[in-house]
Design a protein around this ligand. Structure first.
Ligand SMILES: Cc1cc2nc3c(=O)[nH]c(=O)nc-3n(C[C@H](O)[C@H](O)[C@H](O)COP(=O)(O)O)c2cc1C
Length: 343
């Protein structure tokens, strides 16, 4: 049986130009939320997803990595790609090319703390220069006729409100959705996210606001919404190893253990096909590690890691099916209910 939750409701962007089918979004995570993973997250209800970060640099446009990151997924709406860079003209040109390929929303990364990105004055480094944020969003918004969103952080440190200034500047320059991670750049991914720090942003912006950081289940989603006053949530690491998490956020039944094993099998097949056998098998390892950890079967991880190709991985899953079903059954018995393994 399914019942709606505050996250189940659709939300309009850009005066109704685009509608997100619900308010439970998947966060972009480079190396994780690729086409295969997003396909599954969408199937289980994610209401909005942007691609892994793609550099705006024209000389890297045709690399295998950039190309695979901007592949569009059949049936997903809006088709959204995240770009990172620092030069407004280059960012605008990259957005134009993306829209030419069918992209329906361009997201700009003002949150990534990675050295590789910040050394080039992109990502969260731009929180040092609010005027540049305004110039970039303005250039991108006027270059394309699709909505532009930004993803940023609450500040450079917990002691400043630069994130609020960035959100206001972005909105003034034409951003139609703001996603804010409740950590500062200095926090990187450590310490608890502080959704209440979005309250200040909420008071100053009228476009939809999504809160990100440490949302891992319906309870934390509801706490983050209340604390922040945001319109929706964006989930990152909480979705690793459980792309079906969106069902629970939307009040829908979670798949049972047999269905979850089928999903994992489908995920493996999609990775082998999307990346080719060798690269697909390599990428599958980190996803399987997350699946097994959530399953309560982390001790099986090393035997999976040793497998060299797609066939061996498929065979491994086939051979371990009964054992994994047994682990799920005993976890359900211990919990005294027929619920799936806890997240
Ligand atoms: C492995 C990894 C890769 C990430 N890649 C991106 C990215 O490409 N673009 C982006 O805006 N944020 C990226 N992030 C940040 C997440 O989108 C998110 O803001 C962060 O993980 C906090 O949310 P969470 O607590 O729900 O995981 C990444 C995070 C992780 C852990």
């Amino acid at each position: 049986m399914s019942s709606s939750t505050p996250l189940s409701h659709s939300i309009a962007l850009a005066n109704g130009e685009l509608t997100l089918r619900n308010r439970a979004a998947l966060a972009p995570m480079a190396g994780m939320t690729d086409v295969p993973f997003r396909t599954l997250a969408w199937f289980y209800g994610a209401g909005h997803m942007v691609s892994e970060m793609v550099t705006a640099k024209p000389e890297l446009w045709d690399t295998g990595k950039s190309r695979s990151r901007r592949v569009l997924i059949d049936g997903v709406r809006p088709q959204a790609v995240q770009i990172a860079g620092h030069d407004p003209l280059v960012m605008a040109e990259s957005a134009r090319r993306l829209v030419g390929e069918g992209v329906e929303l361009v997201d700009i990364n003002f949150g990534c703390p990675a050295k590789k990105v910040c050394r080039k004055a992109a990502g969260s480094a731009l929180l040092n220069d609010i005027d540049q944020i305004q110039r970039i969003v303005g250039a991108v918004a006027s270059a394309v006729d699709v909505p532009v969103s930004i993803k940023t952080r609450i500040g450079l440190t917990l002691g400043d409100s630069v994130g609020t200034e960035a959100a206001i500047a972005a909105q003034n320059a034409g951003a139609q959705l703001i996603v804010m991670h409740g950590r500062s750049r200095a926090c990187r991914f450590k310490g608890e996210a502080q959704p209440h720090r979005l309250r200040e942003v909420r008071q100053h912006i009228h476009v939809p606001l999504f809160v990100n950081g440490d949302v891992i289940d319906p309870q934390s989603a509801s706490r983050a919404l209340v604390a922040s006053g945001a319109d929706g949530v964006m989930i990152g690491r909480g979705a690793m190893g459980q792309p079906w998490i969106f069902a629970s956020l939307l009040g829908r039944p979670l798949p049972d253990a047999a269905e979850r094993l089928d999903v994992i099998g489908r995920h493996l097949a999609m990775m082998h096909e999307f990346y080719g056998d060798e690269a697909g098998a390599r990428i599958a390892r980190k996803h399987m590690q997350a699946y097994l950890q959530r399953w309560g079967a982390a001790e099986l991880t090393s035997s999976f890691m040793a497998l060299a190709d797609g066939d061996a991985q498929n065979q491994w899953l086939f051979e371990h099916r009964d054992r994994l079903l047994g682990v799920a059954r005993s976890a359900a018995t211990q919990m005294g209910a027929q619920t799936p393994v806890a997240a």
